[in-house]
Design a protein around this ligand. Structure first.
Ligand code: NAP
Length: 247
């Protein structure tokens, strides 16, 4: 094993689920690199919280959907500088709308960030992990990529695609001791879901057997497992963390 710092890279690690993953992976002993795109102050808050808890983290402004920016980032900050132990592809957005009214831009942007962005990061990470002959990749998909959801055809397609990417990459990279898994969160309390009207939240709760919304830490626990020593023989899997809303 090299003497380089063991880094866990979390895209969109400044807020919500990504932040919980970043904090947890720092507690697990990784140096955390987290990315953000629009809110540097949130990223700095997360870095400060990790430092306060005794961990190490750095924040980078990186639009995951820009292949050029992703490739420059990996060349400048990762390659030959750190041991890239873990990639968590978490950056994601929604732009909801019914199919018959969906704008091309909303379709394209959701696919670009949630799927193409994840692919761009996974490809660059894989080049490095193949040389290391070790690595863990965790893609944050969604329960709706498994069960569908009205009004989210773009997001559902992107997340279902991310599950496909997980399985394809898992088969391709297994021979180099790289595992690739997906976590599919159910309804998790973050900024992304805080915009939903109370009536929709109550309706959703009726369909969650465990009777509560998820917390970002519920997802971080699953990511920590998949990134940790106990999951060395787990690859190509979809770990549903959804309170039982889809079984
Ligand atoms: P969130 O609170 O809206 O946070 C999104 C994070 O992604 C922020 O850090 C944001 O950075 C970053 N981001 C957005 N666009 C980006 C881009 N182009 N490049 C890099 N980073 C970008 O979202 P969340 O609820 O924590 O969701 C995190 C992931 O879990 C997403 O992939 C989401 O689809 C998935 N998920 C969430 C739920 C849920 O119920 N919340 C359920 C299933 C799946 P800035 O703050 O700088 O914009």
């Amino acid at each position: 094993m090299s003497d380089l710092p063991r880094v866990a890279l979390v895209t969109g690690g400044s807020r919500g689920i990504g932040r919980a993953c970043a904090e947890r992976l720092a507690k697990d002993g990784f140096e955390v690199y987290l990315t953000y795109v629009s809110r540097p102050e949130e990223a700095q808050k997360t870095v400060a919280a990790i430092a306060e808890a005794g961990g190490e983290a750095k924040a980078f402004c990186l639009d995951a959907s820009s292949r050029q920016a992703v490739s420059t980032f990996f060349a400048e900050e990762i390659k030959d500088k750190v041991h890239l132990a873990v990639l968590v592809n978490n950056a994601g957005i929604t732009k909801d709308g019914l199919i018959i009214r969906m704008k091309d831009d909303d379709w394209d942007r959701v696919l670009e960030v949630n799927l193409t962005g994840a692919f761009a990061c996974l490809r660059e990470a894989a080049k490095i992990m193949v040389k290391q002959r070790a690595g863990r990749i965790v893609n944050i998909a969604s329960v709706v990529g498994q069960m569908g959801n009205a009004g989210q055809a773009n997001y559902v397609s992107a997340k279902a695609g991310l599950i496909g990417l997980t399985k394809g990459a898992a088969r391709e990279l297994a021979a180099r001791n790289i595992t690739v898994n997906a976590v599919t969160p159910g309804f998790i309390q973050t900024d992304m879901t805080s915009v939903l009207p109370e009536a929709i939240v109550s309706k959703m709760l009726e369909n969650i057997p465990l009777g509560r919304l998820g917390a970002p830490e519920d997802i971080a626990n699953a990511v920590s497992f998949l990134a940790g020593p106990g999951a060395g023989y787990v690859t190509g899997q979809v770990l549903s963390v959804n309170g039982g809303m889809y079984m």
